[in-house]
Design a protein around this ligand. Structure first.
Ligand code: MG
Length: 267
């Protein structure tokens, strides 16, 4: 009899515990908020920032696919995260020299033009989240890079498909000066939402730890109608926290995991 009572207790307890799973406190966003960081590369073991990773993000129906832009010594705009490609400093090397070695999947070292071109076919949902890297040479050169990126985007009629992000405040100011309608987000996490609003920048895209340290910035950003985005979020706990705080976008190396999490919340 005692065993039966214990069993009944355990069944009831488990049922209560399951019903208290954190479904209800987690926001299920009405719109797509998943941004693939350097494309969707991880699950399929693709090179980061490759056209294949961009195409995979598009196939996953991500809201955005992020990538990093730098400029070679002979003024080619190229896609690479690090300042070096195969030990060659990008800013001090010609494109021809850099492109001698392909990416690990055999792809040619992509230019921005090739990257955008590849992302504009069969793509109705995925925005380009274009990070313009600061220049190691000068702030002036960084402004030139920004100017050239905008000119290329305009020539390709891709203005409505793109969000610009940067750690370099001067790059974002240059973008806004050229095109006040451009969507821009600041990355560095050292400016308050009020400062961002005053500079005419559209949003903040900060490391999630910045929002943990300044939780008041979440409400302040919303009050200022700033886009609210966090990077680079690869674990469920942080995803849940950002979802419950109704972030506009979450940038992740694990887009499949985030899509699954959101689907669970919706059920
Ligand atoms: Mg980046």
């Amino acid at each position: 009899m005692f065993r039966v009572l214990v069993l009944i207790f355990l069944v009831c307890f488990s049922a209560c515990a399951i019903s208290k799973q954190p479904h209800m406190n987690h926001f299920s966003p009405a719109k797509n908020i998943v941004v693939a960081h350097r494309g969707a590369w991880k699950k399929n073991n693709l090179p980061e920032n490759s056209i294949a990773s961009l195409r995979n993000a598009i196939e996953l129906n991500c809201a955005g696919s992020e990538f990093d832009v730098r400029m070679t010594a002979d003024d080619s705009l190229v896609i690479n995260h690090d300042p070096n490609y195969n030990h060659l400093p990008i800013e001090k090397s010609t494109y021809a020299n850099l492109a001698k070695l392909p990416l690990s999947n055999g792809e040619k070292f992509p230019t921005l033009q090739q990257y955008l071109q590849a992302g504009m076919t069969k793509n109705t949902a995925t925005k380009f989240v274009c990070e313009i890297k600061p220049s190691d040479i000068s702030v002036d050169r960084a402004r030139i890079v920004a100017t050239k990126v905008l000119a290329l985007v305009r020539s390709m009629k891709a203005e409505n498909r793109i969000t610009y992000i940067s750690f370099d405040f001067e790059i974002l100011k240059q973008i806004i000066a050229i095109d006040p309608t451009a969507i821009t987000q600041y990355l560095d996490g050292n400016k308050s939402p009020d400062e961002i609003k005053a500079a005419g920048i559209s949003g903040i895209d900060y490391h999630f730890s910045v929002f943990k340290a300044h939780p008041d910035w979440i409400a302040l950003a919303k009050k200022n109608n700033l886009i609210l985005n966090a990077w680079t979020v690869n674990d469920l706990e942080t995803m849940n926290w950002l979802l419950s705080n109704q972030f506009d976008f979450i940038t992740t190396n694990e887009p499949e995991l985030l899509f699954n999490r959101i689907k669970q919340n919706a059920n």
